[in-house]
Design a protein around this ligand. Sequence first.
Ligand SMILES: CSCCC(=O)C(=O)COP(=O)(O)O
Ligand SMILES: [Zn+2]
Length: 255
Amino acid sequence: MNTTETKNEATNTTSIDTSDELVTSADPHHPANLIPELCKGFYHLGWVTGTGGGISIRDDEKVYIAPSGVQKEKIHPSHIFVLPYPQEEPPLASKAHERTFLRKPVIPLKESACTPLFWAAFDLRNAYACIHTHSQHAVMATLLWPGKEWRVSGLEMIKGVRWGGVRKTMTYLDELVVPIIENTPEEEDLRHTMVEAMKEYPDAAAVLVRRHGVYVWGPTWESAKTQAECLDYLFELSVKMKQAGVDTDWRPTQG
Ligand SMILES: CSCCC(=O)C(=O)COP(=O)(O)O
Ligand SMILES: [Zn+2]
């Protein structure tokens, strides 16, 4: 079986590998094994219930993506899509885009609608993993911070977040700022504003989507997961602080 997309020039048709070769491994750290396992954990945190949200992982030349609209806690490695990386993204304004695949599941599934958003993290931040959650803590943060930014300071868990999501970790003295973009009826249509926000906030480790959730990325899947956990903790705590009338902008002084 081919492991790359092959084009038959005579018939002008393209065949894509549907075997399990690219998604079968005894290594628990293979992305095709990690994605189902991590999604199961995220489901139990309330991050990917009702089929939304998920995680994509890339290695140097491939991106692994879960299917769209499926129970994310029940994904099997054979359901995973594999795409070559890098590949060109469409112009920001364009909607229709033909992606190239190395491998598709044999059963009729479509790749996650979050694919263009995951791709933005890979291309703009050189991330190797991107997590999308529908956490209610993230959603509440976007409701209680009605402007274009969520920000907190003076909390220990800020130290678990990286500048830009991929550089050195922040300190207790730093203020954490995450841009908030407005939701759209279709997930794919968030790409334009997410890319704009990532460019405007090069130090931000995540992008919040109002009334929807958050995208968080990292240089490894472990780092993306750690940062998603720290950010979720901070979203929850900041919401509780605001509701209790506690100052979320309190700044510690050095020494
Ligand atoms: C009830 S989920 C609505 C769509 C959404 O927000 C989402 O994240 C979809 O992700 P998928 O991977 O299922 O395409
Ligand atoms: Zn979503």
